[in-house]
Design a protein around this ligand. Structure first.
Ligand SMILES: Nc1ncnc2c1ncn2[C@@H]1O[C@H](COP(=O)(O)OP(=O)(O)OP(=O)(O)O)[C@@H](O)[C@H]1O
Ligand SMILES: [Mg+2]
Length: 263
C-alpha cells in the first residue's frame, strides 16, 4: 500500500534576499494509512508551515511530495485542488466557517465544491452533523454556537467528504478540558473506526501521547520521530476519569431519574 504522504527533502523559505527565512529544512517524512501522528514543538518552529505544505495548502520551495503515490509537486493547481478536496479534511481555527451561515450550510460547502449531487449532499451533511452530535443545531447560525460546538462544526465539515487524512492544527486550543476531550474522542473514533489518518499539530503533550507517532521539530528540522503503536483505543483524559455508564452508581441514578427522585 502506498504511503498517504511521502515528503522528500522538503524545504520552505519565506521571503527573499536579506529577509529570507528558512522555515523548513530537509524534511523527510513518510506517513502510512491509518497512522495518528502528532507534530509537537514550541511556537515558531515550523509546525503550521509543515502542515500547510503536507496538506497542499502551501508550496514548498524545494523537495518532492507524493500523495497516495502521486507526485503532487508536478500537479497544476486545478488537479491539486481536486486532490486536496477529495483526500483531505481540515480542522484549522483560521479556516473557520462562515459565521453568518447555518451549521448545515457550512457543512454542505465541501460537498458543493466536490460536485456531489444535491440530494446526496444533504444526506451526507446531516450524517456528519449527527456524528459530531449537533443535529439539534443544524439550522442555527454558526455565530451563535459555543467554542466547542464551533470546533465540532469544523470537524463535521472536515469529515463530510470522507477524507483519507484529517489535518488538525491545535484542535483543542482554547477549549476547556472536558470539551477538548470530546473533540479528541471524535478524532480518534474516526481513526479507529474509519481508518482516517490523523495529523495533529499540538502543544498538548497528553494529546500527543495518544497518537501512534510523535514528531518534534526545532527550527524547521525534524529532531525526533518516535512511534508507539497503541493496540487499543486510547482512553482520553475524561474517559479515564469518568465512570462507565453501566456502573452500579450510574444504573441507580438512571432508575432514580425515571422515578423522578432528586438527589
Ligand atoms: N508568511 C511568512 N513570512 C515570513 N515568515 C513566516 C511566514 N509564516 C511563518 N513564518 C515564520 O516561519 C516560522 C515558522 O512558523 P510556523 O507558523 O510554521 O510556526 P509554528 O510552529 O506553527 O508556531 P505556533 O506554535 O506559534 O503556531 C516562524 O519563525 C514564522 O515567523
Ligand atoms: Mg502554528
Amino acid at each position: 500500500m502506498n504511503p498517504v504522504i511521502e515528503a522528500k527533502h522538503l524545504s520552505k523559505i519565506y521571503g527573499k534576499g536579506a529577509t529570507a527565512f528558512l522555515a523548513l529544512s530537509d524534511i523527510n517524512l513518510t506517513i502510512n494509512p491509518g497512522e495518528s501522528v502528532a507534530i509537537v514543538s514550541k511556537s515558531g518552529s515550523g509546525k503550521s508551515t509543515l502542515m500547510h505544505c503536507l496538506a497542499l495548502l502551501d508550496t514548498p520551495t524545494s523537495g518532492t511530495l507524493k500523495i497516495d503515490g502521486e507526485n503532487a509537486s508536478k500537479l497544476k493547481s486545478r488537479k491539486l485542488n481536486r486532490l486536496r478536496n477529495r483526500r483531505f479534511g481540515f480542522v484549522f481555527q483560521q479556516f473557520f466557517m462562515n459565521s453568518n451561515e447555518t451549521v448545515l450550510e457550512n457543512v454542505l460547502l465541501p460537498l458543493k465544491i466536490s460536485g456531489t449531487r444535491r440530494k446526496e449532499r444533504k444526506r451526507l451533511a446531516f450524517e456528519a452533523i449527527e456524528t459530531v452530535e449537533l443535529a439539534d443545531k443544524a439550522r442555527s447560525k454558526s455565530k451563535n454556537l459555543s467554542g466547542g460546538q464551533k470546533q465540532r462544526v469544523c470537524i463535521a465539515r472536515a469529515i463530510v467528504n470522507n477524507p483519507k487524512v484529517l489535518f488538525a492544527d491545535e484542535p483543542t486550543g482554547n477549549l476547556d478540558s472536558a470539551t477538548g476531550d470530546k473533540i479528541i474522542k471524535l478524532l480518534f473514533d474516526l481513526n479507529h473506526d474509519k481508518g482516517v489518518t490523523l495529523i495533529i499539530v499540538t502543544h498538548d503533550e497528553d494529546l500527543a501521547a495518544l497518537c501512534d507517532r510523535r514528531i518534534r521539530i526545532t527550527d524547521g528540522k525534524i529532531i525526533v520521530d518516535e512511534s508507539v503503536k497503541h493496540t487499543t483505543r486510547p482512553a482520553t483524559r475524561t474517559n479515564s476519569k469518568t465512570k462507565p455508564a453501566n456502573t452500579p452508581e450510574a444504573k441507580k441514578a438512571k432508575e432514580n431519574k425515571k422515578k423522578g427522585v432528586r438527589k
